[in-house]
Write a protein that binds this ligand. Structure first.
Ligand SMILES: Cc1cc2nc3c(=O)[nH]c(=O)nc-3n(C[C@H](O)[C@H](O)[C@H](O)COP(=O)(O)OP(=O)(O)OC[C@H]3O[C@@H](n4cnc5c(N)ncnc54)[C@H](O)[C@@H]3O)c2cc1C
Length: 362
């Protein structure tokens, strides 16, 4: 019997595994295709804040950026490359946004070159994606196995009819839905990034139409495309790798002139985004049981999440969109505090917000 079963070994599953094993819990970690085989293995894993004027997503990403950069540096300095990030506006609208951002931010601003468009430079970093997931999850028992059944029996979760755990954490990204709950909707956005050999030396990360990493031994990474139409589990045609490469190189060429290019590696995967762009972290509502409760008024602007019925000892960490590596350490700390200490989860990231909206419409 394990204390906790984590399903999905991407950056979210790996970070929560790290928090729980550090707290002395026995964790079994499942992934159908191995560590970082989903979106996390494809990520450029740039650690950056969101350069927008305001909003909940900007706020959480600001806090997560500071927390996670520090977390990676303290715990896994060998898997973090610290480098300045040059973020360049895409158009005139973006120029205005960056000007407002610069005025409001408490981040230390570095000298940015004078460019045609507005630009901002800060200290940031890049994570070595797959080795980071491996390092985070090293103290768990890893099972390369797809989880196809989850049953709760007499206070214990039975997984694939073979393994038992007191708690379950779902960290399955955009790939599978294990629970048949209609209010949980995650959007899988396909992304492609490439490693490129080039004689051009790029000293810093550049973010504009795509992200371009600093050069290392004559190579750099360019990512990522955002393809909302392609999904590996439903597509009828193969993904067009050549077209993806062309798009990436064309977008990169608008920010930097790269000479003598040779694409050396392709990475592809799904980001998992929620419909309000905020992550989903915490317990999951059992919709059927909750809807039966005659004492709950669903047509309200201020839903009381504590009145809902939840799956026992089961939580989710998901919906990080294009910021999984920025958010995961920060979200895992919040989720671990909930699992280990029953610490309340903020309504802005609680999955019950989607149940409340869905139930209101019924
Ligand atoms: C090309 C690209 C570039 C990106 N660049 C960045 C970036 O620069 N910075 C950044 O912060 N983020 C970036 N992202 C986003 C980031 O990669 C994602 O937000 C993050 O990987 C999501 O992690 P996750 O753990 O939620 O999901 P995933 O990494 O997708 O992990 C989910 C895992 O669950 C497993 N799984 C699913 N169902 C089951 C099941 N039933 N049984 C067993 N296993 C199961 C899958 O095999 C998968 O490994 C990028 C994404 C892409 C695709």
């Amino acid at each position: 019997m394990y204390d906790i079963a984590v399903i999905g070994a991407g950056i979210n599953g790996s970070c929560i595994t790290h928090e729980l094993t550090n707290a002395g819990k026995r964790v079994i970690l499942f992934d159908a295709d191995g560590i970082a085989s989903g979106g996390s293995g494809a990520a450029g894993a740039f650690i950056s804040p969101k350069f927008s004027k305001s909003g909940e997503l900007k706020d959480i990403l600001h806090d997560a950026f500071l927390y996670s950069l520090d977390f990676y540096e303290k715990n896994f300095p060998h898997l973090l490359t610290k480098s300045p990030l040059l973020h360049i506006a895409k158009d005139e609208v973006d120029d205005v946004i960056l000007r407002v951002y610069k005025k409001k931010t408490d981040l230390e601003l570095l000298d940015a070159p004078q460019l045609e468009r507005e630009a901002i430079s800060i200290n940031a970093g890049i994570v070595n994606a797959k080795p980071m997931c491996e390092a985070l999850s090293k103290s768990a028992t890893l099972k390369q196995e797809e989880v196809v059944s989850l049953e709760y029996d007499d206070g214990v979760w039975i997984i694939n009819e073979s393994y038992s755990a007191k708690e379950v954490v779902l960290a399955t990204g955009a790939y599978k839905t294990l629970l048949n709950e209609h209010y949980i909707k995650l959007r899988g956005v396909w992304g492609h990034r490439i490693d490129v050999k080039t004689t051009t030396n790029n000293p810093h990360s550049i973010h504009q139409f795509v992200s371009i990493s600093p050069s290392k031994e004559g190579e750099l990474a360019i990512g990522a495309t955002h393809n909302v139409h392609y999904h590996p589990q439903t597509a009828t045609e193969e993904y067009n790798i050549e077209a993806g490469r062309e798009e990436l190189l064309e977008k990169a060429s608008r920010s930097i002139h790269l000479e003598n290019i040779e694409v050396t590696k392709d990475y592809m995967g799904l980001r998992s985004g929620s419909f309000d762009y905020m992550p989903l972290v915490g317990p999951l509502v059992m919709s059927h049981e909750t809807l039966q409760n005659k004492n709950i008024h669903f047509q309200t602007k201020k839903p009381d999440f504590s009145a809902y019925t939840y799956y026992p000892n089961l939580t989710m960490i998901n919906g990080s969109g294009g910021y999984g590596f920025v958010l995961a350490p920060y979200l895992a700390k919040i989720l671990a505090a909930f699992i280990l200490g029953d610490k309340e989860i903020s309504k802005r990231i609680h999955p019950a917000r989607f149940f409340a909206r869905w139930a209101k419409k019924l």
